[in-house]
Design a protein around this ligand. Structure first.
Ligand code: AMP
Length: 278
């Protein structure tokens, strides 16, 4: 595996690969890698000749400086995991390499920016689109792989790609879970033993909803799910929504692509999860 910390050296190397006719798959991450990230890499390896993974904790997408500070950065063990997973290229730039001073970014994303996650993390998707745009510009991947775990993020990046006519195909990869159902997340390491148990209410609620989706109206189901989560000690529900999977507006009986999405603070750790209900 080759590791690069500067855009220039990475671009030069990837240019060479493209010259040899190789297709490039790209998996952007913030590190603290788990099996969920590695499943994206495995898919990328199946679909493209060379796989680039980036590890960059992007400051512009954090609206809480404490959250940015405490974000885990275990680069040595991440590098080891990528090697074992057969990653070809690691891009691990510093903040100064990615951002010139006084840089301004605003993408007109529309209402998707302000729904669900957007309500609780103002500015988050401006930071996400800013860094993903930069990374796409450097890596120029044929295909980029993102997790369904961050469902709204996927829709927004797809929207950016469509709006700006970026020459990249996006693939949404399934959510990997722990054996007991908890969605894997770099943030799970912050959960205490008690939090870890309480956090299961999120996947349990989504799992309950799936087979029960046809039993009641959507507003009643949302209320039931909210009640289940609110009844769990140590869990502070931010939102539970049964939404149209294409635009994240609340779903109704005519919606075809339906997804249930949840966000909650468990102890001090903010977790998200979702499930498709088609
Ligand atoms: P992050 O490092 O959290 O920015 O995540 C990097 C990529 O991994 C994103 O596309 C996430 O959606 C994806 N991802 C995170 N958790 C999981 C998971 N449990 N299963 C599958 N993909 C995931």
């Amino acid at each position: 595996m080759k590791t690069f910390t500067t855009r220039e050296n990475l671009s030069e190397y990837l240019e060479q690969l493209r010259g040899e006719g190789k297709t490039i798959g790209f998996v952007p991450t913030m590190g603290a890698l788990h099996q969920g990230h590695l499943s994206l890499l495995a898919l990328a390896r199946q679909h493209t000749d060379k796989v680039v993974c980036s590890i960059f904790v992007n400051p512009t997408q954090f609206n809480d400086p404490k959250d940015l500070d405490k974000y885990p950065r275990p680069i040595a063990s991440d590098t080891e995991k990528l090697l074992l997973a057969g990653c070809d290229v690691l891009f691990n730039p510093g903040v100064n390499e990615m951002y010139a001073r006084n840089e301004h970014w605003h993408l007109e994303i529309g209402e998707l920016e302000h729904l669900l996650e957007g309500k609780f993390r103002p500015g988050h998707y401006q930071g996400v689109t800013q860094v993903v745009y930069k990374l796409f510009d450097i890596v120029k991947p044929d295909i980029a792989f993102f997790g369904q775990k961050d469902y709204q993020q996927f829709l927004i990046i797809q929207k950016m790609v469509d709006m700006l006519h970026l020459p990249v195909k996006l693939v949404m990869c399934p959510i990997l879970r722990e054996a007991d159902g908890l969605a894997m997340s770099s943030r799970n390491i912050h959960l205490s033993a008690d939090d870890r148990q309480h956090a299961l209410v999120l996947s349990k609620t989504l799992n309950w909803l799936k087979p029960n989706f046809d039993t009641n109206s959507i507003p009643i189901l949302v209320r039931k799910c909210e009640e289940m989560i609110k009844a769990e000690p140590g869990v502070d529900l931010e939102y539970f929504e049964i939404a149209d999977g294409d635009n994240l507006r609340p779903a109704n009986q005519n919606t075809k692509n339906i997804v249930a999405l949840v966000a909650a603070k468990v102890g001090k750790t903010r977790l998200i999860d979702n499930v498709s209900l088609q």
